[in-house]
Design a protein around this ligand. Structure first.
Ligand code: PHE
Length: 493
């Protein structure tokens, strides 16, 4: 293709294409992995209710703010913030560094999905897939992990190379409906396992998790709030430049408010559906195989690659089939999120050049960004969650006694700066900028009012303004504290 003819910046081909892509960005490992295990850790229903409240009062206003910022300025994060306020320009950089850092481990986790697809594929022909022991075997194979990470990056790179309408949109138009169908299949399989009802009770009957002995005691309300808050903004892809970037490809005719509401509802629905699949399957399998309820493994990150893999292993050959379906769906979720992260980083360079009156090649930019991500990701992949002897504390010559959440392994190290600090700080400052900043004596709100109200007849503007001014910054401030506390293990909450 002649590079000069490629529309470097691009735009969506249709509203449904945009919508599915934005939902694709939001629906990721956070929904299918993070949501169920955090719900498991927090003992069920309270977590769900707190999550819903936060999604409405904190997540939705920021989602709408980011899409408005993107469309209004027509730019990715750095230039969008710069155009609104010189003072807040650096916040845009947070929204570029964060997705870069997230990608250095998201790509590794995406690679894990590919690994597990292979394990389950083999299992179909070998009379049943391997169980949880396969996780340790994978982690201690640096080359294997680097290999699948590169494969994952190659897939994403190819999609991003196709452009906005021709790559990202096309993928999501097929990928998202496919993901939803596969999730329904897995839910049906999970619910038809004997004792699956126990898992549902765990999720929805208040106090059942403790009464039945799944967890010792329900965590404090404040720590549930902290866990749900961190999960919420990560899951909605906020403060990562992704939604600003996707918004910047939107035409003026689209209704941003309606789209934001749909994205938040769809993301939450998929997270709950993932919980409905994963938790009953894990609980049923544990009970049916005589595992003590408190050892089922609902509450940790091992839920997907260990606990659930045991579910498939115990089903024999057919377990391989369900394992493949499940990990393909997780892979789709991971890809659809990763491509939005790569896009948010790439667009920064494309915009930077065009602000200077130059046009750089989209292909070259996407390639460079992908290669740099993959190079840094090699460190995270080879580290194997700290299994292979060069975790950050060892790397920096620190004592083992100094291990805190953030330096257990390279994945945590990357995660602390992005999800732990840059994202909640960025989301808080985004709300403050829009809620309180003035341009030429006029509030930023005035500039974005048209974006929020265009095509939407319901009363949203007042709600949005109130939330962004008061609820969201305060909410995000506590979430920031909670994230820092969680990652550094200060024990404040
Ligand atoms: N929302 C994605 C998930 O739930 C992660 C993500 C965050 C993607 C930010 C893009 C931007 O896994």
């Amino acid at each position: 293709m002649d590079e000069k003819n490629v529309n470097v910046r691009g735009s969506w081909g249709s509203n449904i294409g945009f919508l599915l892509s934005a939902i694709g960005s939001a629906v990721g490992l956070g929904n299918i992995w993070g949501f169920p295990y955090k719900m498991g850790k927090c003992g069920g229903l309270t977590f769900l209710l707190v999550y819903l409240a936060l999604a409405i009062f904190v997540g939705l206003p920021i989602m709408l703010a980011e899409l408005s910022l993107g469309r209004n300025t027509g730019c990715g994060p750095v230039n969008a913030y710069k155009r609104i306020s010189k003072k807040f320009k650096w916040v845009g950089w947070l929204a570029v560094i964060a997705p870069f850092l997230i990608m250095t481990f998201y790509s590794v986790l995406g690679g894990y999905c590919i690994w597990y697809i292979i394990i389950n594929l083999i299992g179909i022909f070998a009379g049943g897939p391997a169980g949880s022991a396969s996780f340790g075997a994978m982690l201690t194979s640096p080359i294997g992990q680097i290999g699948v990470m590169i494969l994952f990056m190659l897939i994403c790179w190819l999609i991003n190379m196709g452009g906005v309408a021709g790559g990202i949109e096309k993928f999501n138009k097929v990928g998202m409906p496919a993901l939803a169908i596969m999730l329904v299949i897995i839910i049906i399989r999970a619910w038809t396992l004997p004792n699956a009802g126990e898992g549902l009770k765990f999720m929805f009957v208040p106090g059942y998790a403790v009464k039945a002995g799944f967890i010792e005691k329900t965590p404090s309300f404040i720590s549930i709030l902290a866990t749900a808050g961190g999960q919420m903004f990560f899951s909605l892809s906020l403060a990562m430049g992704a939604m600003i970037t996707y918004g910047s490809y939107l035409g003026k005719g689209e209704n941003l408010t309606k789209n934001s509401i749909i994205i938040v509802i769809a993301d939450t629905l998929i997270a709950i559906m993932a919980g409905l699949a994963v938790i009953p399957a894990a609980v049923a399998n544990g009970i049916n195989n005589g595992v003590p309820v408190n050892e089922i493994g609902l509450s940790g990150p091992g839920l997907l690659f260990k606990t659930l893999q045991d579910v498939f292993a115990n089903m024999g050959s057919l377990g391989g089939v369900f394992g493949v379906i499940f990990f393909v769906l997780v892979l789709l979720a991971a890809i659809s999120s990763a491509i939005s992260l790569i896009e948010a980083v790439s667009v920064t360079f494309i915009d930077h050049a065009s602000a200077k009156g130059k046009e750089i090649s989209r292909h070259r930019t996407v390639t460079l960004v992908s290669v740099i991500i993959a190079l840094v990701a090699c460190l995270v992949a080879a580290d194997g969650l700290g299994e292979n002897g060069f975790a950050p504390w060892q790397f920096f010559g620190m004592a083992e006694s100094k291990i805190a959440g953030w330096n257990d392994c390279w994945l945590d190290f990357m995660d602390v700066w992005s999800e732990g600090i840059a994202m909640p700080l960025g989301a808080m400052l985004c709300a403050i900028m829009i809620g309180w900043e003035k341009i030429d004596g006029k509030p930023v709100f005035d500039r974005l009012k048209g974006e929020v109200e265009s095509g939407y007849s319901g009363k949203i503007y007042g709600f949005w303004q109130f939330c962004l001014r008061y609820v969201t910054p305060i909410g995000m401030f506590f979430i920031l504290l909670a994230q820092v506390d969680g990652f550094f293990g200060f024990g404040w909450f």
